[in-house]
Design a binder for this molecule. Structure first.
Ligand SMILES: *[C@@H]1O[C@H](CO)[C@@H](O)[C@H](O)[C@H]1NC(C)=O
Ligand SMILES: *[C@@H]1O[C@H](CO)[C@@H](O)[C@H](O)[C@H]1NC(C)=O
Ligand SMILES: *[C@@H]1O[C@H](CO)[C@@H](O)[C@H](O)[C@H]1NC(C)=O
Length: 452
């Protein structure tokens, strides 16, 4: 028996709000090990009526197995193709929704498991109304790792009001359409690392409210790119770090997006970014035209450090690598852009443009000295000098010519061995040392999706 998806126990207890940890890497994740949980109880979904025939709906079997193991244990989905036909929740719902639990772990023990959403069946008809693949709500001390989320009818993974969780060794591959976000998180004390996203929308995006989140070793392989937002009224985001982010043929390398609104974003580090072939690179846009203006003077951005960005953008004269458009009603303060060397792939010039953006250090690029923090108009400066040291490596797996479409089934990817040039995984792939002789690719295939 080769288990492909194990859902470790949901011990139902009230969610605790944890204090922010000094080193998030040490404190997130489940509280007990799989062997410990296995010794308590094992609930194999095939003992609850699930059949690996790719056609019979396993929802009741999955729920029954969960309930039976909810006081502690491991829910096992053995190797095979299973169909999930019943979602839960509002709007399009969710195929798997996990809430109000602690000490939870969901992973594929061979690293070859996947949830195949068959979203193309919806997208082919121009519909984005299908379910999301996976959603967690008010979960604490948990992990999601070592499997793929493929072709979701809507978002792939959303984490809402969770804490002390980590997500790692994941490949997310969606259709070539807006609205098929990779990972969206609004939570506290989270570590998201070693994740690859191919889609046409959000790669790994932080929303409000969020505190103390570390996102690192991220490969945005033909996606919208990583972002923060969109930010609305009473935005409350602090202590967010993105580190080692590789972005290829995406809309942007990092975007903070809002239009009006209120509240604050404070203490953000965007460090070690490499980009190639992207439209925008650093793109702070507090007049984002894809969003209807909200009430409020604008979200106050404070202490945003952008460090060590290299690579190239698609066309630096059309969309320059630094665009920092802050709200005139709430000028940005403490913006720092250092070791930033990006150059254009088209033509021989590029621009930097800032609006109402202030720095506390030496005003570089288009930033202004932070003493008065008054609104000022966008002031693009154009350069024909390629910055020294902009050359940056590429990933061997960059999509060569096209992203995945919307009309045909999207193949399940294998998990990459690295998500950023020269950087190894934090945690070795599940099953890396115990892979079966002829590994089976397995999936949960929602063939018929019901709207809740
Ligand atoms: C979850 O982990 C945090 C440390 O990150 C700890 O303080 C908290 O007590 C844990 N929660 C539970 C329910 O054990
Ligand atoms: C800058 O980023 C590159 C990867 O692009 C990395 O190799 C290098 O160590 C980083 N430099 C610093 C000072 O962190
Ligand atoms: C990224 O693109 C490459 C090249 O097509 C592909 O092999 C790889 O699987 C893609 N990654 C994902 C997660 O789809």
């Amino acid at each position: 028996m080769i288990p492909i998806l194990k859902l470790a126990p949901l011990l139902f207890s009230s969610a605790l709000v944890t204090a922010q940890s000094a080193d998030i890497r040490e404190t997130v994740g489940p509280l007990s090990s799989i062997p410990d949980k296995t010794s308590v109880k094992v609930c194999d979904i095939t003992d609850y009526g699930a059949q690996a025939d790719g056609a019979t709906d396993i929802s009741s079997a999955l729920n029954d197995a969960f309930t039976d193991c909810s006081a502690g244990g491991v829910v096992v989905v053995p190797s095979g193709d299973y169909a999930l036909a019943t979602g839960t929740g509002t709007d399009g719902g969710n195929m798997i929704f996990v809430e109000h639990g602690t000490d939870f772990e969901m992973f594929s023990s061979t690293g070859k498991g996947a949830m195949q959403g068959n979203g193309y069946v919806f997208h082919n008809e121009g519909s984005l109304d299908g379910p999301r693949l996976l959603r967690t709500y008010e979960m604490t001390n948990f992990s999601i790792h070592d499997f793929a989320l493929v072709d979701s009818p809507a978002f792939h993974l959303s984490m809402d009001t969770c804490s002390s969780g980590d997500v790692y060794n994941m490949a997310i591959r969606g259709g070539d359409l807006g609205g098929l976000d990779g990972i969206d998180v609004w939570s506290t004390d989270m570590w998201i690392h070693d994740v690859m996203v191919t889609d046409k929308d959000e790669c790994v995006t932080v929303k409000s409210p969020s505190h103390n989140i570390l996102v690192e070793n991220i490969y945005c392989n033909w996606s919208g790119g990583c972002a923060m937002g969109s930010l609305g009224e009473d935005t409350d985001i602090s202590d967010i770090t993105y580190k080692n982010v590789y972005t290829w043929t995406s809309n942007q390398m990092y975007m903070i997006k809002s239009n009006g609104g209120s509240g604050t974003v404070a203490n953000v580090v965007l460090e070690n970014f490499i980009g190639h072939g992207n439209a925008y690179s650093l793109d702070i846009d507090q007049y984002w035209s894809s969003m209807d203006p909200l009430d409020g003077v604008g979200v106050q951005l404070n202490n945003i450090k952008v460090m060590n960005w290299t690579g190239t953008e698609a066309d630096g004269l059309e969309r320059g690598p630094i665009k920092v458009m802050c709200a005139d009603g709430a000028p940005c303060t403490g913006i720092e852009i250092t070791d930033f060397a990006m150059w254009t792939e088209t033509g021989d010039s590029q621009w930097y443009s800032c609006q109402s953006a202030y720095t506390d250090s030496t005003p570089e690029f288009c930033l202004r000295d932070g003493s008065d923090a008054m609104a000022y108009e966008a002031t693009p400066t154009t350069t024909t000098l390629a910055p020294t040291g902009h050359e940056a490596p590429k990933m061997p797996d960059d999509l060569a010519t096209h992203s995945w479409g919307t009309t045909a089934s999207i193949p399940i990817p294998t998990l990459p061995a690295s998500y950023f040039p020269g950087v190894a995984l934090y945690s070795s792939l599940a099953g890396a040392f115990s892979a079966p002789a002829s590994p089976l690719i397995s999936s949960i295939s929602p063939v018929q999706l019901c709207k809740a």
